[in-house]
Structures are given as structure tokens and as C-alpha cells.
Design a protein around this ligand. Structure first.
Ligand SMILES: C[S@@+](CC[C@H](N)C(=O)[O-])C[C@H]1O[C@@H](n2cnc3c(N)ncnc32)[C@H](O)[C@@H]1O
Length: 360
């Protein structure tokens, strides 16, 4: 469809199709995309994209009766928004489309491209590819390559997960205020990935997707450092979230989360949060993270996460933490550790030393 025809059709159909609603909030921590002159979510799409996406959502709502299939399809179309909008660029070095938020924020690409969302073989980002991706994620097995330090090379591992029938949808809640919600059951295990004290305003970015669902309100306060007292504000809010997790734990399994930062304050805040929730660190080790993400890796970025395993202090006894940055790095050879990660590891170990313990 030509641009002119699409614009004419959108004018005719705009009021009967689902579309992104609302203004882009003016009070925000990242001034983009308002600083580009874009003030409504609708402006981020061409009329052609609005027509295809609007019809897709409408078709799902009208035709798909079974709720779990409807939600899966809506998730797939929501996913396709990132590859079908005006801020998609062409990554010449990778020879493919780069999706919105691949640099964790709105950015104007050097070379804008519009994907044909209905193309059969255009690869990731088409509607078919996004549906395929959601379908594939509905699996009880995942295969991941893991560095085997005896073999000194990556080795494929398959992990299998059990899932209770009829209870398979992910529930999203604001972590720090979940205790008032009775429907949240006890948890067997908590493995998580909190924000990294890095001021990525996930709530502002997710608004781009939520705008299509008329869900501009957040469930609660996002976890972000506050500019007037970053360490204490982040530490106490994360601490309240950890506290909720401890209250809901069914057995006495440890909790584990990944974190990284080359900023000492970020790790100081994690220490405060553990103290707030009366948790001790019972294990700590590095894990390779964003290294594969090409354009994210530059010398200033961490490529390793640190896994922090913790337990309620009450069931632990103090223990000396014997590893140090050098011993970690020598274990990791021949994998590379950059300057930012040396700092990341140093501050993580510093944080854990005074809180290290063994389970009784
Ligand atoms: C580092 S990201 C984790 C990403 C996740 N591992 C994934 O692969 O999608 C941190 C996540 O925490 C969420 N978040 C921020 N504040 C939160 C809060 N108060 N309660 C629950 N989640 C929150 C953000 O929206 C973001 O998705």
C-alpha cells in the first residue's frame, strides 16, 4: 500500500481500530523521544504500520476465543512493535534491522528502515517471526551454552523445567508492595534480575508497549535510584522487595539474583538492601552476560554479571570469603575481563565480605 493510500485509510479507520493511546509523559527521566519532537505514541508509527498492527490486535480480540491463545498472540504482536516503528534502523555491520530499544532507550537511527511485517522470510521482527518466538518460548526445556572450565570451551547444556498445569501465566506485580495481594502464593524459589542502579527507566520504555493496551498506569513505583539520595533510596526500595520475598518463601531454599555495576554506589546499595531484609550472602560468583550483544559492548560496559546467593541471616553462621578478583580472573582464563568488570568484581566482593556466611 502506498504511503498516501495508507494515510487515507488510517484517517478512515483510526477510530475503529486499536491504536496507541496517549501523550508521551512530559515529566520523565529520559527526555527522549519528546526531545525529538515526538509527543504521542501514535506518532512513532507510520500509517501503514498503524493499519497492520491495529488490524492484527482487532482480529485477535474478535476472533480468538481461548484466552491463553489470545494472550500469547497479543504478546507476539506487542513484541513486533519494537521492529515495526519509525525509529527502526538498519545496522549495516550486522546486516539487519535494529529494533527500538536495542540500545535501551529511544534513539534516532542513522539509516531508518521500514520492515514489511507480513513478509514470509524477512527474519526476526515480522509478525510471523514474533508469533514463532512466543510459541518457541512455551517450552519446558532450554538449551544454553555454558563455559566448561575443565574442557576450556563452551559446552551445550539442556535444562528442563516442570510447570504446574493450568498455572502457567506469568504474574507481574510491583515487588515492594506485593504483600497486600492475597492471590500471590508462597514461593519455592526466587531467582531474579533487579534493575542495575543504572537509571534505565524501564517504566518509560514499556509505556511504548502499554500504550496499545490502554495501560498507562503503573502497578507501583519503579525501582530507580532517586537523584537526591541514590544509594539509600535504591537500597531501601530493593530491601523492601527482598523482604516481601523472604516473607513469602515456603521452605529454606536460598535466593539468587544477578547484578553488575562498575559504580561502587550500586554495590553499596545492594549491601544496604540485604541488611534491610536481614539476608546474608552465602555464595558469590561471576557469570558471562551481555558479551554477545555486539553494540552494547564497549570498554566501559560490564560484560559479566555477579550471581549473589543469599539466605536469611538467622539460619547462617559468619564465614570468611576467601576468593578475590585475581582468583576469579585466573579461573576464567582464557575469557576476557575488561576494566569495568574488574571494578564490578571488586565492589561485589567488597559488598559480600562483611555479609558472607554459610547455611547452618
Ligand atoms: C534488569 S531488568 C530484568 C530483565 C529481565 N531479566 C528480562 O530478561 O526481561 C529489571 C526489571 O525490573 C523491573 N522493575 C523495576 N522496578 C520494579 C518493581 N518495583 N517491582 C518489580 N519489577 C520492577 C523492570 O521493569 C525491569 O523489567
Amino acid at each position: 500500500m502506498s504511503e498516501l493510500e495508507a494515510a487515507r485509510q488510517w484517517k478512515l479507520q483510526r477510530n475503529i481500530l486499536p491504536r496507541p493511546q496517549g501523550e508521551i509523559r512530559a515529566i520523565r527521566s529520559d527526555e527522549r523521544p519528546r526531545s525529538f519532537g515526538i509527543t504521542s505514541y501514535e506518532e512513532l508509527f507510520t500509517p501503514r504500520q498503524l493499519l497492520v498492527l491495529g488490524h492484527a490486535f482487532q482480529w485477535i480480540r474478535e476472533k480468538v476465543r481461548e484466552e491463553r491463545i489470545r494472550r500469547a498472540l497479543e504478546l507476539a504482536i506487542s513484541n513486533s512493535l519494537a521492529t515495526n516503528n519509525k525509529l527502526c534502523g538498519y545496522a549495516t555491520d550486522y546486516g539487519r534491522l535494529s529494533a527500538l530499544f536495542s540500545v535501551r532507550g529511544y534513539s534516532i537511527p542513522a539509516l531508518m528502515v521500514e520492515l514489511n511485517p507480513l513478509h514470509d522470510t524477512a527474519g526476526r521482527g515480522t509478525i510471523a517471526a514474533c508469533i514463532e518466538r512466543v510459541a518457541k518460548s512455551d517450552s519446558k526445556q532450554v538449551r544454553r551454552h555454558i563455559w566448561d572450565y575443565q574442557a576450556n570451551q563452551p559446552v551445550a547444556n539442556t535444562f528442563a523445567f516442570e510447570r504446574a498445569e493450568g498455572d502457567s501465566w506469568v504474574g507481574l506485580k510491583n515487588a515492594a508492595s506485593a504483600s497486600g495481594i492475597d492471590s500471590i502464593k508462597k514461593v519455592d524459589v526466587a531467582v531474579f534480575d533487579p534493575p542495575y542502579f543504572d537509571f534505565i527507566a524501564y517504566d518509560e520504555l514499556s509505556e511504548f508497549h502499554r500504550a496499545w493496551f490502554g495501560e498507562l498506569e503503573l502497578a507501583g513505583e519503579p525501582l530507580l535510584p532517586k537523584s537526591e539520595d541514590p544509594v539509600r533510596s535504591f537500597g531501601s526500595q530493593l530491601g523492601r522487595s527482598l523482604n516481601e520475598m523472604v516473607k513469602r518463601a515456603r521452605g529454606n531454599k536460598p535466593f539468587a539474583f544477578t547484578y553488575h555495576s562498575s559504580n561502587p554506589e550500586a554495590w553499596e546499595a545492594v549491601g544496604l538492601s540485604l541488611d534491610y531484609a536481614q539476608l546474608a550472602v552465602t555464595q558469590l560468583w561471576p557469570v558471562r552476560s551481555d558479551g554477545h550483544m555486539g553494540h552494547h559492548s564497549n570498554p566501559g560496559n560490564c560484560e559479566w554479571d555477579v550471581v549473589v546467593v543469599c539466605r536469611p541471616q538467622a539460619g547462617t553462621a559468619k564465614l570468611r570469603f576467601v576468593d578475590d578478583v585475581d582468583s576469579w580472573i585466573s579461573h576464567m582464563k582464557p575469557l576476557h575481563v575488561n576494566e569495568a568488570d574488574v571494578r564490578n568484581f571488586r565492589f561485589a566482593i567488597q559488598m559480600a565480605k562483611s555479609r558472607f556466611a554459610k547455611a547452618l
